[in-house]
Design a protein around this ligand. Structure first.
Ligand code: AHR
Length: 488
């Protein structure tokens, strides 16, 4: 039997809206084609940024956007991406396919995009191959209101007012693509670079240090906990492992289970990382910043292996649903998260094909779950059955609940079982509710997905199979479904 108790009067922790953040790297067709088509493109755009994509993304209430990488960030020299586009140098994108990067999308274009989306920028500075001066000048260029060499340069490029920047990370994966450093070396570099990272407008900068696995994180926290606001960690789930990641569509049933098992593993990773953070930061001032997460498959056959283009199915919707439920549950420590990546790369919100675009099942989960943003987490007790195939066992259900500032309760539920529906009762305690409505995302096929010819195959529908009686909900959750309920 499955049951859920929601303690509607016991909420304490706020679920930061930043948990619902995004990530766009100069990788494959994420920035170019996905977001940026240029002012002369026949694809409708505003100042070079495509309108269909920004219109769709705005509906997610994106709280923040991480840029320019990823691994690309530690090769990025920001001065290459300002000034007249025809004068910007072309460089080689060494990490992602060795393709030419013309730098037409740079600082001004990114900050314009954030303004259009109504989200905060989260910029990753180059510690791997850039200088301290370069990083500090970038912040001066972005945020200096008074006259200075960098604010004059910004003005000469057409922007009078400084931009607002709060979130700043000092390098990306510096244990790997960002310089192959040892933790002991990085901690000193972090001290040096971050000293010169100033929001010169006077607003406090939220500085994020690079994290990794336990041993590395221990060194970073031990040496630098007083000097950092966030610890960046990454978690990708795979159905097979790094060598053979498995296919995004047409996969065997066993890979449904193994992928979701891998996705659920993020909770163990969060707990381990939080234990280390608790040792040095018992008051939980420092945020765990899960600034890359999602499902990673073998690329779509026939596409550039360096572009990381993959389809997105109902299985990915479940990955998103259970992961966001886990982030909500750990909102006291997880202060921000960024799914990788917004468009055409890894677990995307949107896929594009020339002028066409589609919203993925993952997009719909973000749209349904946006009700949790900045709401108060309600404690829950979930008892769930399990389901297994070929010896791989996962829990059938996952759930999360929150109350917003108007007092509306939202419950998100996932049925991870690919074959069977699940009956569940849900007891709302400590608060009276008389009305329930909901939406469901599901699909007939285990790899149900949207295509450019049929872009709304997997699409949210009203959820009817739910009755509220005396504060107890009784529901039947179809196989492979994500449901979000609203209780008034
Ligand atoms: O998201 C793709 C890549 O994965 C990022 O560039 C890197 O930070 C991570 O290894």
């Amino acid at each position: 039997m499955n049951s859920l108790i929601v303690h509607a009067d016991l909420g304490v922790t706020k679920i930061s809206r930043h948990i619902y953040g995004h990530f766009s790297e100069h990788l494959g067709r994420c920035i170019y084609e996905g977001l940026w088509v240029g002012e002369d493109s026949p694809i409708p755009n505003t100042n070079g940024i495509r309108n269909d994509v920004t219109e769709a993304l705005r509906k997610l209430n994106p709280p923040n956007l991480r840029w320019p990488g990823g691994c690309f960030a530690d090769t990025y020299h920001w001065k290459d991406g300002i000034g007249p586009r025809e004068n910007r140098p072309s460089i080689v994108n060494v990490h992602w396919g060795g393709v030419t990067e013309n730098n037409h999308f740079g600082t001004h274009e990114f900050m314009d995009l954030c303004e259009t989306l109504g989200c905060e920028p989260y910029i990753c500075g180059n510690l791997g191959s850039g200088t301290v001066e370069e990083m500090s000048q970038w912040l001066e260029y972005l945020t200096m209101p008074e006259k200075s060499p960098m604010s004059d340069l910004r003005r000469s490029n057409g922007r009078e007012k400084p931009w607002e920047v709060t979130y700043w990370s000092v390098g990306n994966e510096n244990w790997g693509c960002g310089g192959n450093m040892r933790a002991e070396y990085y901690v000193d570099l972090y001290r040096r670079y971050s000293t010169y990272c100033r929001n010169v407008s006077g607003k406090r900068l939220y500085k994020v240090a690079c994290g990794f696995q336990d041993e590395w994180n221990e060194v970073i926290l031990r040496e630098n906990h007083r000097l950092m606001d966030g610890l960046s960690v990454h978690y990708y789930c795979m159905s097979e492992g790094w060598e053979h990641k498995g296919a995004a569509t047409g996969f065997p049933e066993k890979q449904w289970h193994s992928l979701l098992k891998s996705a659920l593993g993020i909770e163990e990773f969060i707990k381990r990382t939080a234990t280390i953070m608790d040792r040095y930061d018992p008051d939980k001032r420092i945020g765990m910043i899960m600034d890359e997460w999602g499902a990673w498959y073998d690329v779509e056959p026939g596409t550039n292996p360096g572009f990381l283009y993959q389809q997105n199915t109902i299985r990915d919707a479940l990955v998103a649903g259970v992961t966001l439920n886990i982030f909500n549950a750990h909102a006291d420590r997880v202060h921000m998260a960024n799914i990788a990546q917004t468009i055409n790369v890894l677990q995307s919100m949107i896929l594009t094909d020339g002028p066409r675009m589609l919203r993925t099942p993952t997009y719909h989960v973000f749209e349904m779950y946006k009700v949790h943003q900045d709401s108060t987490l309600l404690p829950t007790n979930l008892a769930t059955e399990e389901c297994s195939t070929d010896g791989v066992t996962i829990p059938r259900l996952s759930a999360s609940a929150s109350k917003n500032k108007e007092g509306v309760i939202h419950i998100s539920l996932c049925n991870m079982d690919p074959l069977n529906s699940a009956d569940i009762t849900c007891d709302i305690r400590g608060d009276h509710r008389s009305k329930v409505m909901g939406r469901i995302l599901t699909s007939e096929e285990m790899d149900g997905h949207n295509t450019f010819d049929a872009p709304d195959t997997v699409y949210p529908a009203p959820f009817e199979d739910c009755k509220l009686d005396e504060n107890v909900l009784a529901m039947k959750l179809p196989a492979k479904s994500v449901v979000v309920l609203e209780l008034n």
